[in-house]
Design a protein around this ligand. Structure first.
Ligand SMILES: [Cu+2]
Length: 141
């Protein structure tokens, strides 16, 4: 008889422990802490832009990865990032990314002046040719 009384308590403790684990996982994996990733490409290049977290009004750090379509890193002469808000007809000045490794470029502070739908134009210049990719980006408050 003691066993039949002990079993529900064990189950209750297990359920509480499971609930605690779920809450910790939700807090730990909450999307606001996850990097935001935009992908696109042009004729020659595949472009991936990674933000530390959700895009927000103000300065946003962008990592820009440029590869060819086989995945090999591209060493460009210049990579620029130009945020435009097409619905309102305004833009931020293009920012030139700093190369930090083959195919890896960084814009430490891309300014997004307001919440809403932006388009990030990434332009890769190499060997006298320029190719652009437009990546939509939703900016929260
Ligand atoms: Cu606007």
């Amino acid at each position: 008889m003691t066993e039949t009384r002990a079993l529900p308590r064990t189950r209750l403790l297990a359920a509480v422990a499971a609930a605690v684990v779920v809450v910790l996982l939700v807090v730990w994996l909450w999307p606001e802490d996850e990097p935001q990733e935009l992908t696109g490409g042009s004729d020659t290049y595949a472009v991936r832009v990674v933000l530390d977290g959700p895009a927000s009004v103000g300065d946003n750090a962008l990592l820009v990865e440029v590869t060819d379509h086989a995945g090999a890193p591209v060493t460009a002469d210049e990579v620029t990032v130009e945020p435009v808000m097409p619905g309102m007809g305004h833009a931020e000045p293009p920012a030139t990314a700093t190369a930090e490794a083959p195919g890896r470029y960084r814009v430490p502070a891309a300014h997004l002046s307001m919440a809403g739908t932006w388009e990030i134009t990434v332009t890769v210049r190499r060997a006298g040719a320029a190719e652009s990719t437009v990546l939509p980006l939703r900016v929260g408050n």
